[in-house]
Design a protein around this ligand. Structure first.
Ligand SMILES: [Fe+2]
Length: 192
């Protein structure tokens, strides 16, 4: 779960409204460390080299956050943790693929740039927002993380309340596409 969260930091920081030359470099390097090694660690937990890459990637992604903040996936995840006790990495995995598709209407080229960083890696995708979202979904599935809000004990009629809470999260204000309660509710519904 912590590895998935680190990946999400690389993905979200790369497209925020506060992205800049420094954060972009940290996000790129974080992605290059994390994306090829996530499945390696899952499939071969004793692979110390792959684990070292994940640690380095997590550190670089943290530095990216310091320089560019986060986005809607974190705004949506935090109320899931606060209200339903869903672990942060699981909450991120539930929301991030949907946020990538949503942001892809504006950030397709940036997502394409990020995937180009790992184009030569056999277990990483090529393409843009759709391929990135599919990849993130696959990683969550392989890790055994829940794939829908509906299987997490969340009643559908709680979604408007969650969207209100998500709209109050500071990270929501840095999403590349401005999000209000309306967009956030739509993203929860897609994830349900
Ligand atoms: Fe996080």
């Amino acid at each position: 779960m912590a590895g998935y969260d680190a990946l999400s930091h690389a993905v979200e920081t790369f497209v925020t409204s506060k992205r800049n030359e420094i954060s972009i470099e940290f996000s790129r390097r974080a992605w290059a460390e994390l994306a090829p090694n996530y499945l390696r660690v899952l499939r071969t937990p004793q692979d110390i080299t792959a684990r070292a890459h994940m640690q380095m990637g997590a550190c670089l992604a943290g530095s990216a956050i310091e320089n560019s903040m986060l986005g809607a996936a974190h705004a949506l995840a935090n109320p899931l943790t606060a209200s339903f006790g869903i672990a942060h990495g699981e909450a991120i995995a539930l929301m991030l693929p949907h946020v990538v598709r949503f942001n892809g209407t504006l950030c397709e080229d940036w997502h394409r740039e990020l995937l180009a960083e790992t184009a030569s890696e056999p277990n990483c995708p090529q393409g843009g927002s759709e391929e990135l979202a599919d990849f993130l979904k696959t990683l969550a599935t392989e890790a055994g993380l829940p794939d829908r809000l509906g299987v997490c004990g969340i009643e559908r009629d709680r979604l408007p309340h969650l969207a209100e809470a998500a709209a109050c999260q500071w990270t929501a204000s840095f999403n590349p596409i401005p999000v209000s309660r309306t967009e956030l509710l739509s993203l929860y519904e897609q994830a349900y």
